[in-house]
Design a protein around this ligand. Structure first.
Ligand SMILES: NC(=O)c1ccc[n+]([C@@H]2O[C@H](COP(=O)([O-])OP(=O)(O)OC[C@H]3O[C@@H](n4cnc5c(N)ncnc54)[C@H](OP(=O)(O)O)[C@@H]3O)[C@@H](O)[C@H]2O)c1
Length: 318
């Protein structure tokens, strides 16, 4: 049977944190989760954009917006909260995790969705290459700091949002930050391969400790979001702008692109370390289905090495 947002089970009482919640797949993920009754914490680096997105969700869905008339309020809706979170700033990541612990004291779902794609080489606040920092290291540290809350949940899940770019990825341990040679697409593919490697390694560790928390990965195929326009704005490539215009008919909506991560986050039949993507056109479009991970992610030594390096860079080793 085709899986859609209507297939999401009742999420009343569940607490979800979605990163990059103000735009694209993150926004659609919040919309679908809150519509099924979850309380959704929208992790955003811009308070202004986050609040605009939150208000847009509340207004469109007739949720508990201050503007909505009492009779318009949909009683099955959950709640939407904002959380300041800049993944390219580890102090912000640590503060966000501490805020979740202090404000809620619990967490059921973490969806590591935020990302940047193929900017010219630049550095995070902590001096890491921006894609490594935003797409891998920030989410890695956030996940580690939130695991104690997820472990307390009866249905804890972590979803790592990756990309088809993982299939072209290689973890260049000799030059992780692209200091000697930076290729912006290689750095993106590396970060997206790191997402699936982290998903697998985290699941292995959770199972070894006897935890019921699930770690999964998902990719959206090609989805019409702000990812490509933001990438063009950063790198100024007219060739890439033209390429996106030419392949535009292949892109599916952000709502469709969000389905694999929603499946990973909520479907009862999703498996530990499962990896989900669209089921048509070689994974570019369609409804969620299990899809293969990059072959490189299957190497346990590389996963362990990436984990150790990430713990060290993220300041997580005691
Ligand atoms: N769209 C696709 O075709 C596609 C394909 C494969 C994979 N993906 C993956 O899907 C995920 C979501 O992307 P999208 O397509 O929905 O793109 P998007 O519309 O550009 O959304 C990206 C989100 O990430 C946020 N973000 C960027 N840097 C951040 C930081 N340092 N700290 C916190 N948040 C940050 C953005 O915030 P601002 O609005 O403030 O910039 C935005 O909310 C990404 O991981 C991407 O790699 C997308």
């Amino acid at each position: 049977m085709t899986w859609t947002a209507a297939s999401i089970p009742d999420l009343s009482g569940r607490l979800a944190l979605v990163t990059g919640a103000n735009s694209g797949l993150g926004l659609e993920t919040c919309r679908a989760l809150v519509a099924r009754g979850a309380t959704v914490v929208m992790g955003c680096r811009s308070r202004q954009k986050g609040e605009a997105a939150r208000q847009a969700l509340l207004a469109v869905a007739g949720g508990p917006s201050p503007q909505a008339a009492a009779e318009d309020v949909n009683p099955s809706w959950g709640a939407l909260d904002l959380l300041d979170l800049d993944l390219a700033d580890l102090a912000s990541v640590r503060a966000a995790a501490a805020n979740v612990a202090a404000s809620y004291g619990r967490l059921d779902l973490l969806i590591n969705n935020a990302g940047v794609m193929a900017p010219p080489r630049s550095l995070s606040r902590d001096g890491f290459e921006l894609q490594f920092a935003t797409n891998h290291l920030g989410p890695f540290v956030l996940t580690s700091l939130l695991l104690p809350l997820l472990r307390q949940s009866s249905a804890g899940r972590v979803v790592h949002v990756t990309s088809g770019a993982q299939y072209f990825g290689r973890i260049n341990f000799d030059d992780l930050q692209g200091e000697r040679h930076y290729d912006r697409w290689r750095a993106y593919s590396q970060s997206k391969l790191a997402n699936v490697m982290t998903a697998l390694e985290l699941q292995r560790r959770l199972q070894a400790e006897g935890s019921g928390v699930l770690s999964l990965a998902a990719h959206p195929g090609l989805a019409r979001t702000n990812l490509q326009p933001a990438s063009i704005a950063m790198n100024g490539s007219q060739l890439e702008a033209l390429a996106y215009r030419l392949i535009d008919p292949l892109f599916q909506s952000a709502a469709m692109g969000a389905l694999p991560q929603l499946y990973a986050a909520t479907a009862p039949q999703a498996s530990p370390a499962g990896h989900y993507g669209p089921n048509q056109l070689g994974g570019l479009r369609g409804h969620p289905t299990p899809v293969r991970m990059a072959t490189a992610a299957g190497n346990p030594e590389l996963r362990q090495r990436l984990w150790d390096v990430s713990e060290a860079l993220g300041g997580l080793q005691s």
